[in-house]
Design a protein around this ligand. Structure first.
Ligand code: GAR
Length: 191
């Protein structure tokens, strides 16, 4: 059984799709959901699946090894970030080499980096009058949105799409692909 930890900071709609999809696979499980936001919708969503949640603060994340230790104690094999808005500390990146992925709501390397998250991404895409946007699933390294790309999917945009419309199209793509790509990556891990 492969054990997956999921980090999220917000609503957790991707987390919910992932939990539902992985629940059907007897070879893996979402063992733990971790969040930096005590108000995050993801907490309620995880509870629906009976998955334990851990809330942590910025100080323990950046100044202690608490999270690293929890992941070790829980024998976590793979980490998935789904709308997690904090930079991952170096020691945590090193703990999961090619075993930690993130989803970004644009076609990296465009519209990535510090400050490029959530609606800011879609507003920038709109301002640039892009004809397409999409999603990028990538391994996580010490920089925002710079790890090796695993998967991308595109959607076309029309002039009528505002930032909210773009966000909806992109979120739909995320829900469609992220659970499947994650399952594929975890199923390829050595025993
Ligand atoms: C998703 O669109 C995800 O790609 C984005 O936050 C949203 C979270 O939605 N992540 C980033 O912008 C990370 N840079 P959700 O909480 O409903 O899954």
């Amino acid at each position: 059984m492969k054990r997956i930890a999921l980090f999220a900071s917000g609503s957790g709609s991707n987390a919910e799709k992932i939990c539902a999809h992985i629940a059907k696979n007897p070879e893996m499980e979402i063992t733990l959901v971790l969040t930096n936001n005590p108000e995050a919708g993801v907490i309620k969503r995880a509870r629906k699946f009976g998955i334990p949640t851990i809330v942590f603060d910025k100080k323990s994340f950046y100044e202690t090894q608490k999270i690293q230790q929890i992941l070790k104690n829980e024998a976590i094999d793979f980490v998935v970030l789904a709308g997690f808005m904090m930079l991952i500390p170096e020691s945590l990146v090193k703990q999961f080499p090619k075993r930690m992925v993130n989803i970004h709501p644009a076609l990296l390397p465009k519209y990535g980096g510090k400050g490029m998250y959530g609606h800011f991404v879609h507003e920038a895409v709109k301002a640039a009058a892009e004809k397409e946007s999409g999603i990028t699933i990538h391994y996580v390294n010490e920089q925002y949105d710079e790890g090796d790309i695993v998967f991308q999917a595109k959607c076309s945009l029309s002039e009528k799409d505002d930032a909210i419309g773009i966000a909806q199209k992109v979120l739909e793509l995320e829900h469609q692909h992220y659970p499947v790509v994650l399952q594929e990556l975890v199923s390829q891990l050595p025993d």
